[in-house]
Design a protein around this ligand. Structure first.
Ligand code: AMP
Ligand code: MG
Length: 344
């Protein structure tokens, strides 16, 4: 699939983030877990029902996931794979890499799990724009087609893998699966970029997930009332620096080696979990697709991709909000909010 950048003319800028709204009185047992730190972010959870060990098991699960997918923990399988270039890995890591490569192909390369060297170069703590020569050198090192999978063995083909654009969504899906197994009747799990919702609140009402307004510190563009859904947001607010008035953020365009500029401030991809068995796979997909759509920008190709995956999206630009049809009912615009256009 070739990539077309139809809406490059949208003004570029910052952020958006999914925030969990928790404001209600429950009649049944409702518990909020202590926030958990994993994948360089904080995971919040609330569950109605379930058993005593639910949150302790969730913590253990997240820990195990980190030991597979973290690029920075020396004990992780991914770290070792990147170091050695070839390794026999667990089935879970194998499947996530396989899915990441498939998504890379289906997004015409917009999602690229081999950009680690390039991401390292864009060091957001130093706030220095790398040299053009270094960017092109790091770009050459990448290439999803260089990665090979055989049996349980992965070879990086000289690239360095980074699953930062897919692993958190996968983990949120894993946690929701655990909720289902443990008889949770309603629950929500959220981290910086992905949110999963199962069932309803104790009073039978829907959970509401806030969509962050990129233009403000904590404001919301609106909320989505959801049940059994998983959503991921990619925005240029999470990790960035400003240099000469330009915002350099963490979502990179594999074609240029620079932060993607397609006029989007954020994009949120929403999947229904109704009838879905493999929630972790759905989470991996919403996560990777939000990253990919941010790189591709709003346009026919992005809408076609969403339709292929049977997912909905909220695109945020400086001009307003573009909401796909399937979310029209669930979305409530904040008062005095932005222009809302239903698309797709
Ligand atoms: P997300 O916040 O899910 O959009 O993921 C962004 C993270 O994924 C970055 O911090 C990088 O680790 C990695 N990344 C950056 N650009 C890309 C890309 N084009 N494809 C896949 N992963 C990327
Ligand atoms: Mg992502």
């Amino acid at each position: 699939m070739s990539r077309r950048f139809i809406y490059r003319s949208f003004a570029s800028a910052a952020l958006s983030l999914v925030l969990m709204l928790t404001s209600c009185t429950y009649s049944a047992r409702t518990e909020e877990a202590n926030p958990l730190f994993a994948f360089d972010t904080v995971f919040y959870q609330t569950a109605v029902g379930g058993d005593e060990t639910l949150f302790a098991d969730t913590a253990r699960l997240l820990n195990e996931e980190e030991l597979l997918f973290s690029r920075t923990l020396p004990e992780s399988q991914l770290y070792k794979l990147n170091l050695e270039g070839r390794a026999t890995v667990s089935r879970e890591l194998f499947l996530v890499v396989e899915e990441a490569l498939r998504l890379s192909e289906q997004t015409g390369g917009a999602f690229d799990p081999t950009l680690a060297a390039l991401s390292d170069l864009w060091d957001f703590t130093k706030a220095v724009v790398p040299s053009e020569a270094d960017i092109q050198e790091a770009r050459k090192q990448a290439g999803p087609q260089k990665v090979t999978l055989e049996g349980e063995t992965l070879s990086t083909g000289g690239t360095t893998l980074d699953l930062g654009g897919i692993a958190k969504g996968y983990a949120v899906g894993q946690i929701l699966s655990l909720y289902r197994e443990r008889g949770v009747t309603g629950g929500i799990v959220s981290c910086s970029s992905s949110v999963g919702v199962t069932g309803t609140k104790a009073d039978g009402s829907l959970y509401r997930v806030g969509i962050r307004d990129p233009g403000t510190e904590e404001g919301l563009l609106g909320t989505l009332a959801l049940t059994d859904a998983l959503l991921s947001t990619s925005g240029d607010y999470e990790r960035f620096f400003l240099a000469d008035g330009v915002r350099y953020h963490h979502i990179l365009d594999p074609e240029t080696g620079y932060p993607a500029r397609t006029g989007l401030r954020s994009v949120t991809v929403v999947a229904s979990l109704k009838g879905q068995e493999e929630l972790s796979l759905v989470g991996a997909r919403t996560d990777a697709l939000s990253t990919a759509l941010f790189v591709m920008g709003y346009g026919e190709e992005s809408l076609a991709l969403l339709s292929d995956y049977d997912m909905e999206a909220i695109f945020v630009t400086d001009e307003g909000i573009l909401l796909t049809k399937g979310l029209e009912e669930a979305f409530s615009l904040s008062e005095g909010g932005q222009t809302l256009t239903v698309v797709g």
